[in-house]
Design a protein around this ligand. Structure first.
Ligand code: FAD
Length: 382
């Protein structure tokens, strides 16, 4: 499945991640601060424009390469990994796929220059049930007036614009939803305080509030009423990148546990010579490889124009659960020192990887998507 170019790309991103991203990872987590220093090198490497065509200033790569990029960055820093995944898959993708030429030129060219885009779907009362959005856009003569809040939005404090959903019918029975592109500088757009989180503490997550935010017709992404479908399509692709993030974190846990097991001496020999430790490492490596193949297969299907809805839900579900297990095994292998903040990344990975089972649809929701797709193909066969 992988070509020579993918191996070369991995080597390039791995070297970049070790030189530029890893040295700051611990500090970002401890100080809970956004990696502003990473924006310029990430932009130059093309990691903030992985999906943006060259004509808008992007450095596009195929979806396997993009997955490799998210994986290798997350392998050393989950906070930077989620920032890249959210910006590319959730911020730039819907504009590229559903936007007008004017919108693409306006927003994608800025995104390719390192200005971040966010994705505003979740609300306090509409999480898994994103169709229950309460944010309302009321039609006025020359546009729309938007009121509502979006919660836990990745990079909300730094993003220059967000693709956000709102209901566009005053009729409570009518759940028609529309996507809008909203800019941070516009009157009525405000950002809540950065949330204090278990993990990914370098990533800024915050509420967005829209208070009589007046926008023109040009702010609608695609057509009125198509927002929900657009968001579902966006999430299908986004799940590959969250899978890749979980994979990178799992690989980071294995890297750490393997080195530690080879160095740590107890009972007169490195602990890796105990079969119980070897089995843990072998299980981690085997599951990680399985997750990797699933992610690359989903990526390949996406680029080939094949149906990949079920596969992307499966790879996200599997990789995030593999990530949780790998992080827990790494903590086991490190013993007491694994529990301490700082010396080794195992505990940070353990905290960071949990998000992968929540964001872009929880594991329960992935199982619903997978089962729905299976039922659909059964019905088609009958
Ligand atoms: C760090 C972080 C970053 C995020 N970034 C973004 C972002 O950039 N943009 C954005 O829009 N959102 C973002 N989110 C929100 C995220 O997508 C939601 O948290 C997620 O979709 C789950 O919604 P919820 O938290 O409201 O949980 P709920 O929907 O309230 O679910 C609670 C529990 O009920 C279960 N559940 C719900 N419905 C069902 C069902 N039908 N069957 C079985 N079980 C069910 C869920 O699986 C879960 O276990 C982020 C969240 C976090 C923590």
């Amino acid at each position: 499945m992988l070509e020579k170019k993918h191996y070369e790309y991995r080597e390039k991103i791995r070297a970049f991640a070790l030189e530029k991203i890893e040295p700051l990872a611990k500090t970002l987590d401890l100080e809970q601060r956004f990696p502003y220093e990473h924006i310029k090198p990430l932009t130059e490497m093309g990691l903030l424009s992985c999906l943006i065509p060259k004509k808008y200033g992007g450095q596009p790569v195929d979806t396997i390469s993009y997955s490799i990029a998210v994986e290798e960055i997350s392998r050393v820093c989950g906070s930077t990994g989620i920032m890249i995944a959210a910006h590319n898959s959730l911020g730039t993708f819907p504009i590229l796929r559903f936007g007008t030429e004017e919108q693409r030129e306006k927003y994608l060219s800025r995104a390719a220059q390192g200005e971040l885009l966010a994705f505003g779907l979740s609300e306090p009362d509409a999480g898994s049930d994103a169709g229950g959005t309460r944010t309302m856009a009321h039609k006025v003569d020359d546009g729309w007036v938007i009121n509502g809040s979006k919660c836990w939005i990745t990079s909300a404090t730094v993003a220059f614009a967000v693709v956000a959903t709102a209901r566009t019918s005053d009729n409570p029975e009518d759940r028609r939803i529309t996507s809008f592109i909203l800019e941070k500088e516009w009157e009525g757009y405000s950002v809540g305080k950065k949330e204090n989180k278990l993990g990914l503490r370098g990533s800024d997550t915050a509420f967005l509030h829209f208070d009589d935010l007046k926008v023109s017709e040009d702010s609608i992404l695609g057509k009125e009423g198509e927002g929900f479908k657009q968001m579902l399509t966006t999430l299908d692709g986004g799940r590959i990148s969250i899978g890749a993030m979980a994979l990178g974190l799992a690989q980071g846990a294995l890297d750490c546990a393997l080195k530690y097991a080879a160095d740590r001496v107890q009972f007169g020999k490195p602990i890796i010579y105990n079969q119980a430790i070897q089995h843990k490492l072998a299980d981690m490596a085997t599951e990680i490889e399985g997750a990797r193949l699933m992610i690359y297969d989903s990526a390949r299907r996406k680029d080939a124009g094949e149906d990949f809805v079920q596969q992307s839900a499966m790879c996200k579900l599997y990789a995030s659960e593999v990530g949780r297990r790998a992080a827990a095994s790494a903590m086991d292998i490190l013993g007491g020192i694994g529990y301490y903040t700082g010396p080794y990344p195992a505990e940070r990975i353990w905290r960071d990887v949990k998000l992968c089972e929540i964001g872009e649809g929880t594991s329960e929701i992935q199982r619903l998507v997978i089962a729905r797709e299976m039922l659909k193909s059964l019905k088609e066969q009958r």
